[in-house]
Design a protein around this ligand. Structure first.
Ligand code: PLP
Length: 371
């Protein structure tokens, strides 16, 4: 039996043709498709600028890099995320400092952020978990009061809205991922959106070794290396796919919304299950659909039985401080009671635009049969 994945790309014939077109063009990388994709993305999320790179992780890395923070600066973030969110602080000689999550939304709790601010704190990276925007106004208040930079990790939240506006211009920089399980894909890929011209300039440098001119921009052979950058360039093939995918983003999110509603209607009143809580004033982008199991249900047993039925459930996320590498920082899990509790009970159900009604019904029946 083929396992139903928890997430999957939706590639159609127009996407294939878009990539073929780029393959047959003069540019495989650093060509016109990159700027075209960046323009389309910036316009969709309502940002002035966007810089596309080869992954969401690279996007996080250059976002922190563009801030030019002193060694040892503290960056407050959530432990309930993919490790890349915290790792980007370490890449840039900064220290990730975790703040516990809100029990209902699983997003970082602004009150907990407040408690973690020290003289060394320079930035906050907040993650819109599963596609639900954080309490952005509260987080912005803290940043303004304490003089901190904000990075929004919106890798789950392309197309999500907060108070009627798309995420993309609330923080100093907003980061997206185009991994195949995300809302749109470029195979691997990511981007940083910003309103700030200076940050935009630095992001472009950092993507390309810190070099100020691409070969196409040089009059002669001269160029300068102004910062210690990397090669995080994305190809024109990927950007051609990204442009084609972005045209269909609303259709993709619309299907995710339908699936979320079907799950909610079917499981909302099922004993032993808590469905996701959606705050008022947000548009959830439904990257993930998670349920919380009652304490009497063994999550790992449930996970194994769902997998036996061919349903590729997952767990998002193992808290970052639990990993071997993070043990060196001596973080006490007891300091994160909400993260610990949610982690022990949460499970991710399949959610992707290609899911059909029968797939949703199959997942629902399997869940109901196990609780
Ligand atoms: C919250 C979050 N941040 C960052 C990333 C990293 O993105 P990428 O896989 O494109 O490097 C992911 C990817 O899963 C993510 O979920």
């Amino acid at each position: 039996m083929k396992m139903m994945p928890y997430g999957k790309q939706a590639i159609e014939e127009d996407d294939v043709q878009a990539v073929v077109g780029a393959l047959k063009s003069d540019y495989l990388t650093t060509g016109p498709k990159v700027a075209e994709f960046e323009g389309a993305l910036a316009s969709y999320v309502g940002a002035k600028h966007a810089v596309a790179v080869n992954s969401g992780t690279s996007a996080l890395d250059i976002a922190v890099g563009a801030l030019g923070l002193p060694v040892g600066s503290e960056i407050i973030t959530t432990p309930f995320t993919f490790v890349a969110t915290a790792n980007c602080a370490l890449y840039n000689n900064c220290k990730p400092v975790f703040a516990d999550i809100d029990k209902r939304t699983y997003n970082i709790d602004p009150e907990q952020i407040r408690k973690k601010v020290t003289k060394k704190t320079k930035a906050i990276i907040y993650v819109d978990y599963a596609g639900q925007p954080c309490d952005i106004a509260e987080i912005r208040d803290i940043a303004e009061e304490k003089g901190l930079f904000l990075i929004e990790d919106a890798c789950h939240a392309l197309g999500a809205e907060y108070r009627g506006k798309k995420v993309g211009s609330f923080a100093d920089m907003t980061v997206f991922s185009f991994h195949p399980v995300k809302h749109i894909t470029t195979g691997e890929g990511g981007a940083v959106a910003t309103e700030d011209a200076e940050l935009y300039g630095k992001l472009k440098l950092l993507r390309n070794h810190g070099i100020d001119k691409t070969p196409g921009e040089r009059a002669g052979y001269l160029y300068d290396m102004k910062m210690l950058g990397r090669n995080y360039r994305i190809t024109d093939l990927q950007c051609a796919l990204g442009i084609s995918q972005l045209r269909k983003i609303e259709k993709f999110i619309g299907r995710r919304e339908e699936i979320a509603k079907e799950y909610g209607d079917a499981l909302g009143s099922t004993d032993g299950i808590t469905i996701p809580y959606v705050k008022s004033g947000v548009r959830h982008a439904w990257h993930l659909y998670t349920i919380l199991l009652d304490k009497r249900i063994n999550r790992d047993g449930f996970f194994g039985k769902m997998r036996e039925k061919g349903i590729g459930v997952n767990v998002h996320y193992i808290p970052a401080y639990k990993f071997t590498y993070y043990k060196q920082f001596g973080i006490n899990p007891e300091d994160f009671p909400n993260t610990e509790e949610v982690y022990s009970r949460i499970i991710t159900l399949p959610m992707f635009p290609g899911m059909e009604g029968a797939d949703v019904e199959r997942v629902v029946a399997a869940v109901k049969g196990l609780v």
